[in-house]
Design a protein around this ligand. Sequence first.
Ligand SMILES: O=C(O)COP(=O)(O)O
Ligand SMILES: [Mg+2]
Length: 225
Amino acid sequence: MSQPLVIFDLDGTLLHTAPDLLDSLNHTISSMELAPVTFDDITYLVGSGARVMIDKALQLRNNPVSAEEFEALFALFLTHYSASMPGRSEPYPGVLDAMARLEDAGYALAVCTNKTEIMAHRLLELTGLMPRFKAVTGGDTFAVRKPDAGHIHGTIDMAGAHPSLAVMIGDSVNDVQAAANAGIPSIGIPFGYSDTAMENLGPDEIIGHYNELTPELVGRLLERV
Ligand SMILES: O=C(O)COP(=O)(O)O
Ligand SMILES: [Mg+2]
């Protein structure tokens, strides 16, 4: 029997990355002389990967660009973001203890993020967290990404786990929806980057702090499946 698996989203769930994402995004759009976006825009901008984030920022500033210009902006973002890592990004309060509790209880851990795979790996390497995860998949690892069930199922496969013994933890509609599409339970955290209140997204559980993320809670969710 495979190990039960707890899958974390990355931006806004495992790590508070918004200040660094914002810096790199503003560096990127300033190349087009566009006014910076603000921290309040983050809940709208983050959650579907850097391409969507840049696209939404351009829409906010009413500044459509050609496909070629867009690729140049995306490259500029990746270069700046990669060079700035780990920047000010840090784990949310209590998440490292929660990970340790789950590991001690026999759970394996994985990350399923819409960040590009190379950025997710680099950030987790630089924060020292990479060795903790059986699999880390990004928005470009497979042909599909969250909210598509295939992203979750691909992550579970890579971790050597089984969908009947996996739980997803995330901060946005993409996470809750991907879990529902994949037929696995979800835990929503309300302190990340979502422009819809977590209780309206319908996860199986909501935790207000990582001290509520216990092996007992995950075990209960898995029994319910
Ligand atoms: O960076 C993003 O837009 C999405 O990242 P997440 O899936 O880890 O929340
Ligand atoms: Mg997120």
